[in-house]
Design a protein around this ligand. Sequence first.
Ligand code: NCD
Ligand code: ZN
Ligand code: ZN
Ligand code: ZN
Length: 439
Amino acid sequence: MPVDRILERGIVIVDGIEVVRSVTIDAGIIEGIYEPGSEPPASERISCEGLYILPGVIDIHVHMRDLEQDDKEEFSTGTMAAAAGGVTTVVDMPNSVPPTITHKDLEEKIAIATEKRYVNVGFYAGIPSKIRHVEERLIPQILGFKVYPHTPLTEGTHYTKERLRECMKLSAEYGIPLLFHPASAEIDAKPKTHDDFFQLHSCENEVESLKQFLEIKAEFYESRLHVCHVSCGTTARILLEHRAEDTLTAEVTPHHLFLTGGEFSHDDGRAKMLPPLRSPYDNEALLQGLSSTCGIDCVVSDHAPHETFEKRLPFRDAESGIPGLETLLPLMLTAVFEDKISWLDYLRVCSSGPARILGITGKGVIAKGYDADITVVSRENWEIRGRDFHSKAKITPFEGQNVKARPVITIVGGEVVYSYGGFFADPGVVGRVPLRRLR
Ligand code: NCD
Ligand code: ZN
Ligand code: ZN
Ligand code: ZN
């Protein structure tokens, strides 16, 4: 019996080295990796000569919006952006409108995502104001709880020490990660000026928030804490000091690795996001944290789509957040091709690391028996242009930037979803919703 599909003679990374291999897919699973000439017969052959065969990116920090904010993004456009960007799994944040807190909220999102998806979709949930209202039946359907101490998801919630303690206890009891946006004070009012914004979202504030969480975490040995979008060198250093395998993990975005605030004019809303862009010193420390010290575990896009008119405003009035699903892989692989990070680090921070953090087993690696979630990448020079995004959000601070890698074919669960600009699966067919935590 021939296997379903073969990706023929592409470049595969084995022990950190580029080698020519063919990858076979059968029943949605990677069937094997073969030296050229020794491949089994296949029903469909896809030539990958000169192209890289890599595990799809697992992006564990994405805002898919939809529901009442479907003008910003929908699960269809968001997961098409993912597929076009070489991202085969996204995990959706709960700060939607309405927020995802109850089992009913989640069921509604799952139903929409199931119908509209082009890739695998997992979910996080927020924590209700009264912790005893957490619904047990929600737990198997989420990959973690997410909290925003500076802008709680429900009114009347305050991130006091006592609440932090209850959240951490929840993580320990259910063996599920607690994710947090590191910002300490409540920011109820909109910052009035440009300077207010940077003062509220300073590195000191990020560090203070991390310290508050670490102090409480120490009381709950079994808890798992994941720090979202680390943006400051000092935060990276503190993380490294507190690392304990798997129980404290952290992520960084490409924009915090590769952009600085100083590159953008004072009043430019296009580069407004949380946390804000920092200094070249921070870029360097974050890149080191990701590669040499491994104090940071993974890269995420923090894909936070907004409408064009919401971004083309003076800095103070613009919405925070930028699209990122279609630029993450090109930017990270450009760093590989420019020798800023190694192949092994790339594979760890973009695919296997994020899968490990959330306990998504069977994904994130090109190896026999793993899910066939694969991106085929061409090493070529091109220029990032927001208007070409599949996301509804078209305004990117990477506009005009030259990159050296382009995802050309995306395979989810063994099926070709995206190939050279076209989509080859109907929505709601490939991938799994919701992704479940398996350990
Ligand atoms: C995010 C959003 O728009 O939902 N914005 C952002 O600037 N990153 C929220 C967040 O991730 O904190
Ligand atoms: Zn308040
Ligand atoms: Zn955040
Ligand atoms: Zn976010």
